[in-house]
Design a protein around this ligand. Structure first.
Ligand code: HEM
Length: 202
């Protein structure tokens, strides 16, 4: 796994893997990281799951956050939750697709209108997953811009004021908001009109 090799502290934050294990490292399917006590409060884990993802066996330990100096650790909660949001949405989309495909194959799709509605709502899933993935990747890389070499605090431009950064973010936000509204309008219009069947024989 690339992250384990190139950014091991990021992987430990993604998994809220606070303490290195002597044996197999678990993978948390879900759970609540307790940052103060540096442990997982509650949840369900796959024993040796993280070891398997990284080393392809269920035994070899994966380094925890305790292997890294405190000042070199990323914020755990944001990395952990945004990573799970991304992965959760990915699997939810996959599950929905399989379910819809199966119902369609059995000719039973019309019997489950809620599935069709879920398909419409699911259009936003990949967009949210994209943003969540990006946030997880960027928060998880902290405090580094170039992992282990260049700190974020050393890599910002001294000649660009905070107000200018805020201004450009707001500007980009407005442009994208406008494009989003156009996209929703055009897509809605296309869906309302339906497919063009004028050239088809009846
Ligand atoms: C379903 C299981 C998924 C897994 C196991 C997974 C895994 C990962 C991992 C490990 C990273 C961190 C990469 C890094 O920091 O080097 C990442 C980042 C990312 N993921 Fe996912 N992902 C999944 C689903 C998705 C989905 C469904 C989307 C969007 C439709 C998505 C979009 C992204 C994006 C945009 C990034 C940031 C990439 C970057 O900035 O370098 N992921 N993903």
């Amino acid at each position: 796994m690339g992250v384990a090799h190139n950014q091991p502290a990021k992987l430990a934050a993604f998994e809220a893997h606070y303490k290195s294990d002597a044996g197999p490292s678990p993978m948390w399917v879900f759970g609540w990281p307790d940052d103060k006590n540096e442990t997982m409060k509650m949840g369900v884990s796959v024993p040796g799951g993280l070891s398997f993802l990284v080393h392809h066996d269920f035994k070899t330990p994966v380094p925890g956050l305790d292997q890294f100096p405190r000042q070199d650790r990323p914020p755990v909660a944001a990395s952990y939750f945004f990573f799970r949001l991304m992965v959760g949405l990915g699997f939810a989309q996959l599950f929905l697709l399989i379910l819809v495909g199966f119902c369609d194959w059995r000719g039973a799709l019309e019997r489950f209108p809620w599935l069709l509605r879920a398909m419409v709502v699911s259009v936003v899933g990949p967009f949210i997953a994209n943003e969540a993935g990006w946030i997880a990747a960027e928060v998880g890389r902290q405090p580094w811009t170039v992992y282990g070499l260049l700190r974020t605090s050393d890599s910002l431009s001294k000649s660009v004021a905070a107000g200018q950064v805020l201004g450009s973010i707001i500007g980009f936000g407005l442009v994208y908001l406008f494009l989003f509204i156009v996209w929703v309008y055009v897509l809605g219009d296309k869906i309302r009109r339906g497919p063009d069947t004028s050239g088809m024989e009846s």
